[in-house]
Design a protein around this ligand. Structure first.
Ligand code: SF4
Length: 411
């Protein structure tokens, strides 16, 4: 995309393809000295300049263009947000803005390295995974929070590093005033891991839930099951961690019947945090893009790009990130315009997700909990589907349920 941008738009002088962190300072210095006349041989790997328009672009690696990559994340400096905070201080709205600090602790995705999700085009085609050591991550969060006087940390990582729960969070648990942290995570977290995240100040996560049907999850290579996803939602509600999540639909080879079944399941889950139904978009670098033939796809740039870029279809295909299947009658259509007759299952899920979100619009979201008083287990159920709002279980029935009811547990 960077090379096409450079090749097709002559008013763009320089493009860094990939990660500019370690080369941007020197590059800017050279541009200030030489303007557009930096010889191609003097440009760092992954940088395209005016000289390349005459000399030709650097040789590709396989079918890829050169891409700058930072090997040592731990050596990167902390971001400097002082200009922003200085300006905020003088803003009329200073008391209404509660900034979070975007911070980066890893690049790439450790799951993608071994078994990429079929739809994911993050990280280009190189997919190298790098992370900062856990101890460095926690110290940097504390340092940045102190420096800018805000406890909100917004991690921009694709996925929480594997060892942070055990090695980074204990330092944060011990803080007298907790941070409020956001992370994207894999959805296969265990109960004790969610508990530790909450104790360490992780207030919000974005897990890759993507579906509540195990067959669909297998199709997309998520490595998780529907049961794991529901459990994660349950533990997040239990430990007070907000969840941002979605159900993706529109995968090659999916069955509408899976969605019909999912739609019937949704009302049972109204005591858990709702997500949204989102149509799959084909991303550059994803398996669907790289092996479109194998999935029976004929991909072309998403229609909206034609209104933005004055390029030929071929250049557009090199330029853009999102694609559509030209064989798909629904390509480019808003999901609400879907023909319900052709995808009744998907329609049921979309409507079911809306109903779920509505159930959470009131002051008190639905609850399904059980509490053991010693004599009896009290089950409180305020979901719309509840047979009874309160049920009391005594005697033998209580004894047989006790192992899972020793503390207040959301079902
Ligand atoms: S969707 Fe998430 S877990 Fe899957 S490969 Fe992409 S970043 Fe990794």
């Amino acid at each position: 995309m960077g090379r096409t941008t450079h090749a097709r738009f002559p008013w763009v002088d320089y493009v860094v393809s990939g990660e500019a962190d370690t080369l941007i300072g020197g590059l800017c210095r050279d541009i200030l000295t030489h303007g557009r006349d930096i010889p191609a041989a003097d440009l760092p790997f992954g940088v395209f300049g005016p000289a390349h328009r005459q000399a030709g672009y650097p040789a590709a690696l396989g079918d890829l263009v050169p891409r700058a990559v930072v090997e040592n994340m731990h050596a990167l400096p902390l971001p400097d947000f002082s200009d922003y905070f200085a300006e905020l201080q003088h803003s009329l709205y200073a008391d209404r803005v509660h900034p979070g600090l975007p911070m980066e602790f890893s690049r790439g995705c450790w799951w993608q390295r071994s078994s990429p999700c079929t739809f994911c085009g993050l990280n280009g085609a190189l997919m190298t995974y790098r992370q900062k050591p856990a101890a460095q991550a926690s110290e940097e969060m504390i340092e940045m929070s102190k420096r800018y006087g805000t406890s909100r940390i917004e991690a921009v990582d694709n996925i929480l590093a594997n060892d942070y729960v055990e090695k980074a969070l204990p330092r944060l648990v011990a803080l007298p005033e907790k941070l409020a942290i956001f992370f994207e995570v894999k959805a296969n977290l265990k109960r004790d891991e969610v508990e530790k995240l909450a104790a360490g100040g992780v207030r919000c996560i974005q897990p890759g839930i993507e579906s509540l049907d195990s067959r669909a999850l297998k199709l997309m290579g998520k490595g998780t099951t529907a049961a794991q996803n529901v459990q994660l939602l349950k533990w997040c509600r239990q430990f007070g961690v907000r969840v941002i999540w979605s159900i993706l639909w529109g995968f090659p080879r999916e069955s509408d019947a899976w969605y019909a079944q999912m739609g019937r399941l949704l009302p049972l889950l109204h005591h858990l945090q709702p997500g949204h139904a989102v149509r799959l978009r084909y991303q550059r670098f994803s398996l669907y893009h790289r092996a479109a033939d194998q999935y029976g796809l004929t991909l072309s740039p998403a229609a909206s790009y034609r209104y933005v870029y004055p390029l030929s279809e071929r250049d557009l295909a090199d330029q853009v990130y999102y694609f559509e299947d030209s064989e798909d009658d629904d390509a480019g259509r808003d999901f609400r315009a879907l023909d319900a007759k052709r995808r009744p299952g998907v329609q049921a899920v979309i409507q079911g997700m809306d109903a779920w979100a509505n159930a959470w619009c009131g002051l008190t979201p639905p609850i399904l909990s059980m509490r053991d008083t010693g004599d009896e287990i009290i089950v409180e159920d305020t979901r719309n589907v509840a047979a009874e709002r309160e049920q009391r279980v005594k005697g033998l029935a209580r004894e047989s349920n006790r192992p899972i009811a020793t503390a207040e547990i959301l079902l």
